[in-house]
Design a protein around this ligand. Structure first.
Ligand SMILES: [Ca+2]
Ligand SMILES: [Ca+2]
Ligand SMILES: [Ca+2]
Ligand SMILES: [Ca+2]
Length: 328
């Protein structure tokens, strides 16, 4: 949300205080890459009375299910390329946020990135499922890091003044993220190679905050949300090519539209928006050109930051003999 990003920028200047740390956790966006495959469930974050949890919903808004325990804040979920594992920002113990992994049902929960004094968050999977890219303020302001999914091999990819946040990793081994200057500049969408080289600003747009970038499954497109912060404007979803060309706006609703995520078949985009009678965030879906917008589910809680997962391949069935044996 636009207010969220303003708060996040404001919060960054007072990072040392406990309140701003809490604020950062609350307002962090979520960014992932969709990976190619059959369209599966949509994973997102939802507010409960005691905090934020990860949930999922099936196609057509059926089979809503909460996945993480209410005692632990969890948000910014990213689903692995095979659709079977979740990475998300978590707070298993009071203090700075960590990066957690779990299976697709929220079980086998474990922490893979933790720092006693820094917030780690906004994880996203690599296309081979072996790495997690994430943000951390370990060196003072937020930078982009990557770590193996087993928690080893931590590497820092950016060393920039200002905030570097919300990374996503494409099937073309590009990483996109949002960067904002310390000096009150706006947020822009950047790209680099997955080793941190070739960093480039794709929006370079002083008139708007550009945030929450995400790749299409073939890695050729980036969808993001752009907030011109003028009176009477709102966040809208935009799409461009991965070299920054052919930018076009695909939502125009006066409510804030945020956190786009391509479907695994590349034809649809899920996003969150506050439009609607309930006045809280809901998950919406539209075609990748912006047409056919519809709400996926209606709940009185804030539901946001969707990541559209690949439908996991079913486990191979045992041979006919085994089946027969079970039936008897
Ligand atoms: Ca930085
Ligand atoms: Ca900008
Ligand atoms: Ca809008
Ligand atoms: Ca809702």
């Amino acid at each position: 949300m636009s207010s969220g990003r303003n708060e996040r920028r404001a919060g960054a200047t007072a990072l040392a205080t406990a309140t701003s740390l809490a604020l950062l956790l609350l307002v962090a966006g979520s960014v992932q890459a969709a990976f190619p495959g059959r369209n599966g469930d949509t994973y997102f974050q939802t507010e409960t009375g005691s905090g934020t949890v990860i949930a999922r919903v099936g196609p057509n808004g059926k089979k809503f299910r909460r996945l993480t325990p209410a005692r632990m804040d969890a948000e910014s979920v990213s689903v692995s390329p095979d659709g079977k594992r979740l990475a998300f920002e978590c707070e298993p113990t009071p203090g700075p946020s960590d990066v957690c992994l779990a299976n697709r049902n929220g079980k086998r929960l474990r922490t893979i990135a933790r720092h006693p004094a820094a917030d780690d968050g906004d994880p996203a999977w690599s296309p081979n499922g072996k790495w997690i890219v994430f943000e951390s303020n370990r060196d003072g302001d937020n930078e982009i890091f990557k770590v193996r999914a087993n928690g080893r091999g931590l590497r820092q990819l950016t060393h920039n003044d200002g905030e570097d946040e919300d990374p996503a990793w494409s099937t073309r081994n590009q990483v996109t993220w949002e960067h904002s200057d310390e000096e009150g500049g706006t947020t822009d969408i950047w790209v680099m190679r997955a080793d941190g080289s070739g960093q480039r600003n794709l929006t370079n747009d002083p008139d708007a905050d550009d945030a929450d970038p995400t790749f299409s499954p073939n890695g050729r497109l980036i969808a993001w949300d752009r907030d011109p912060f003028l009176p009477g404007t709102s966040d809208d979803i935009w799409v461009m090519r991965n070299d920054g060309s052919r930018k076009r706006r695909i939502t125009t609703h006066p409510a804030d539209d945020e956190d786009p995520s391509f479907s695994p078949n590349g034809k649809l985009i899920a996003f969150s928006s506050e439009r609607g009678a309930l006045g809280n965030e809901e998950i919406f879906v539209m075609r990748a050109n912006g047409t056919g917008q519809r709400r996926v589910l209606t709940r009185s809680a804030d539901d946001s930051a969707p990541d559209w997962a690949v439908k996991p391949k079913a486990k191979r069935k045992k041979g006919k003999k085994g089946k027969k044996g079970k039936r008897r």
